[in-house]
Design a protein around this ligand. Sequence first.
Ligand SMILES: [Zn+2]
Length: 257
Amino acid sequence: MDFRRLPSTFGPDGTASSKQHLACIVVNDEIAIDAGSLAMAADDKLRSQLRNIVLTHAHLDHIAGLPLFVDDLYASLSSPIIIHALQEVIDVLERDVFNWAVFPRFSELNIGSGPAIEYRPIKPREKFEVCELTFQSFPSDHKVPSAGYLVSDGGSTVAITGDTATLDGLSDVLSAAKDIKALLVECAFPNELVEIARSSHHMTPTILGSELENLKPSCPVYVCNIKPGYRDKVVMQLEDLAIQNLEIMAVGKPYSW
Ligand SMILES: [Zn+2]
């Protein structure tokens, strides 16, 4: 499977920055896990073939590009944009985003074959198929209803936590899963902001180090979702911990697992 974090922030010369305001990971160029920067960073290939979006939760940095992506493609869609998410996340999208006041309700707008958006509600720990890959959700520990995912092509499995304060929900599924190739985790805040991290249900380098000590994953760990204003500090503090098999997941770089 091919994974790639889409950029969301650009330097003065227009090149992608390693700082990440918005979360979006594309799998095999046809599935997006979260849609923070999807509209802003999707190239023509993604615009023409990506029709499935799997959401971890409804925070703005994970969905900001979703309404713009649907709007951008609406006139040319021959099949709907399918959104896989917890029912609570779908409820937020319909109530607070696609509500005509903020943006059109695309689930009511017809593209000829049906609505422009189709929702596929998922349940915690449920398995579901997307473009020949198997997803299995697991609960994450965030401020709002939120899910992490195992993604498998039958040979390899990749785990993605989304935003979370702990890795508790991961231990069962990780021990049951075969051929785990990578674990993608968050680490939003530096150690000195541990109180903000705890109250907003995020991790710091020290918390992440302790969670990994308990979890003992057998695969490499890649850190995503670092708050851009604290990126340098978080990276430095992670380096100081010298956690084996841990690196920052680069923006724009393709990873094959
Ligand atoms: Zn969040």
